[in-house]
Design a binder for this molecule. Structure first.
Ligand code: NDP
Length: 605
């Protein structure tokens, strides 16, 4: 290797300049001046899309609670369950998990659309497998198994007795006199908690596109986060026979659309799929767990597997790629650098990574041609952007669904989306498609204003300071977990810390770390713990400097929630993470714990 790139040698068999130009055109075509504001919050007349919980009997009531606890865990998805499990392991028992749904599970409680399945290998994704001596049935678990696993964690750690379900937090306020958080809920509770752990998930609030006329539609409609099986019939595995005489529209082809299209296509009289930006749909290759392999799993297997996955994903050379799937294939192809006699300049490295990306995406586009017989549909289904511009998807049934005579792909990219909803159906590219049912696979509040994403109207720290006001220009934290002026308050999720696409592993590490801080604060008899201003400022500066490296890449991307719909600002999902990765971040905070001084945190008695 002499330091020149394949592009200069003409060895590629494709023209990188032409691909680059096509990417630019496809991005520009989709850029909207309203950016993330194109989506509408589900409030007011639209509330019916989310307020109904199909999994509980109506009419639940209970007396308000006014007691005092050590730790309030807000949210009962995987982060809340992990928080509960780690707190209990640490001997902290006086806790309560407050959850809006009727059971644990979070995203997997609500998102029970047909075909819902984890995209990360289940042996890495499902938490506490080793602790609970459970090995998933398949390499990629379907929603029913994942939801059952949430319940398994709840039962094994005795968390059901500590949970209040069907309860929504309306305000959390710090009471300086009591040195307690006061938590108000829609059930009239006034719970006093010494510590709060915010375990709300990254995509827990559904959103709708700002398409005019949504409320005019006279047929049936719902969001994928509340799939209406009373209308469709069947369950998460299929059997939706009530759709046999129905014309159905699905709007959106992100990770959710990709999974629910094939099963809906199987049962609907006709299915129209409205696609603005195609997802990259890679090979899935699900398979049953080999029981002989499961017997070989020794102590520490899950932690080692997750770390290996994260290493491969960050482009680190490993002896063996344990997971060896679509995600690690992407990483191996995009991140592994060829051996070179001379040191490469950052520009050369960037160029090589871009070429590798093009090769990978050429493969994704070729897969579309192999799977879809209709040439026009195949052209529309090809993604023209760099692989990590949008969340990659993996599915073996989505593309073939477009070979069915009852499925029509409607490409709405030129018009930047669906035009309008009418009484009778969906208008796109000037054509009205009359349908009986519209299903919005339009995603979640990920990039919107923080208060909108979180959904708790009031979070007030010392002196009545609003968190939303304090974070209006981006997160202000130490390590992403705690923030000055909000004593004993901890944020779990993607903020200013290490990120992995295997989000549950991040939540596991985070909740363990926060439990450590809470335990330390209790043992040191501190009334409050919060970051010092200096430590917080230094951490924010570190994070922001690192984030800058990612910016040019994101700007060239087709719009989506990874790049704030084509706009850049701080506080987004991707803009502020610790870019050296989750393993590097975990090493950093492990060292911080080993030092034992809780450096950067101020403890007051
Ligand atoms: P996304 O936000 O990824 O997708 C929303 C879809 O709606 C996009 O295709 C978007 O198009 C489309 N859309 C929005 N507005 C319009 C419009 N006006 N007209 C036409 N189309 C429109 O949401 P998802 O629910 O698919 O996924 C959200 C996240 O949830 C995933 O990225 C993933 O993190 C998680 N998830 C994980 C799963 C797993 O692990 N198995 C499964 C499902 C979800 P465009 O792309 O052009 O904006």
């Amino acid at each position: 290797m002499d330091g020149t790139t394949p592009e200069t040698k003409g060895e590629l068999g494709f023209d990188p300049a032409a691909i680059r130009e096509r990417y630019r055109q496809e991005r520009d075509k989709r850029l909207r001046t309203d950016g993330e504001l194109q989506y509408q919050e589900i409030v007011g007349d639209l509330s019916r899309y989310i307020e109904h919980d199909p999994y509980v009997a109506p009419g639940y009531t209970r007396a308000p609670i006014t007691d005092e606890i050590d730790v309030a865990v807000i949210g009962g998805g995987f982060s809340g369950l992990l928080a509960g499990a780690h707190l209990k392991e640490a001997g902290i028992e006086n806790i309560r998990i407050i959850e809006m749904g009727g059971d644990f599970g979070g995203t997997w409680y609500w998102n029970r659309y047909p075909g819902a399945q984890c995209d990360i290998e289940s042996y890495c994704y499902l938490p506490l497998l080793e602790e609970l001596n459970y090995v998933p049935k398949e390499k990629y678990s379907y929603v029913s198994e994942i939801f059952e696993h949430s319940q398994r964690i709840g039962k094994a750690y005795g968390l059901y007795d500590l949970a209040i379900f069907q309860t929504q937090v309306t305000a959390t306020r710090w009471d300086e006199t009591l040195k307690r958080w006061r938590i108000s809920t829609n059930r009239g509770d006034d719970i006093k908690a010494r510590f709060v752990m915010m375990c709300l998930g990254t995509s827990s609030r559904a959103r709708l596109p700002g398409i005019p006329g949504i409320t005019d539609f006279k047929g049936h409609s719902f969001h994928t986060a509340r799939w209406d099986y009373t209308y469709t019939g069947g369950d998460t595995t299929g059997g939706m026979t009530k759709l046999a005489d129905k014309r159905v529209a699905i709007i959106g082809t992100g990770a959710t659309g990709i999974q629910c299209v094939p099963r809906t296509a199987e049962y609907a009289k006709h299915l129209y799929v409205f696609q603005r930006t195609p997802s990259s749909v890679d090979f899935r290759g699900n398979k049953a767990t080999d029981p002989d392999w499961a017997k070989t799993l020794g102590p520490g297997w899950q932690r080692a597997r997750r770390a290996n996955f994260n290493d491969v994903f960050m482009g680190k050379r490993v002896e063996v790629d344990l997971v060896s799937d679509g995600w690690t294939d992407i990483a191996r192809k995009l991140m592994s650098m060829p051996k070179s006699d001379k040191p490469l300049t950052p520009e050369q490295i960037g160029e090589m990574m871009e070429i590798a990306d093009m090769e990978k995406m050429n493969g994704i586009r070729a897969r579309v041609d192999n799977e879809v017989s209709n040439k026009d549909a195949a052209e529309s289904l090809k993604p023209w952007y760099r692989q990590m511009c949008k969340r990659p998807t993996f599915n073996d049934e989505f593309l073939p669904a477009f070979n069915r005579p009852n499925v029509t792909l409607v490409d709405v990219s030129e018009a930047k989306g669906v035009e309008r909803i009418t009484e009778k159906g969906v208008v796109a590219n000037g054509v009205e498609y009359e349908v009986d049912c519209i299903i919005y696979a339009s995603g979640f509040e990920v990039t919107s204003e923080f208060s909108r994403r979180i959904g708790i109207p009031v979070i007030e720290g010392r002196g009545g300071q609003s968190l939303y006001e304090y974070w209006k220009d981006g997160f202000q934290t130490l390590h992403g977990f705690s923030t000055r002026g909000f004593p004993n308050w901890f944020y779990v999720g993607i903020s200013q810390n290490g990120f992995s696409v295997n989000v549950t592993s991040v939540l596991d590490d985070q909740t363990k770390h926060i439990t450590y801080i809470i335990k330390q604060a209790m043992e040191r008899q501190a009334a409050t713990v919060e970051p010092t201003q200096d430590a917080q400022d230094a951490w924010v500066e570190t994070i922001r400097k690192l984030a800058l490296t990612n910016r040019a890449f994101q700007q060239a991307c087709t719009p989506g929630y990874y790049n704030n719909e084509g706009g850049q600002r701080t506080g987004s999902l991707n803009g502020e993470t610790y870019t050296p990765g989750i393993n590097a971040f975990n090493d950093l905070i492990a060292k911080w714990r080993e030092q034992g001084g809780l450096e950067g945190l101020e403890l007051r008695r």
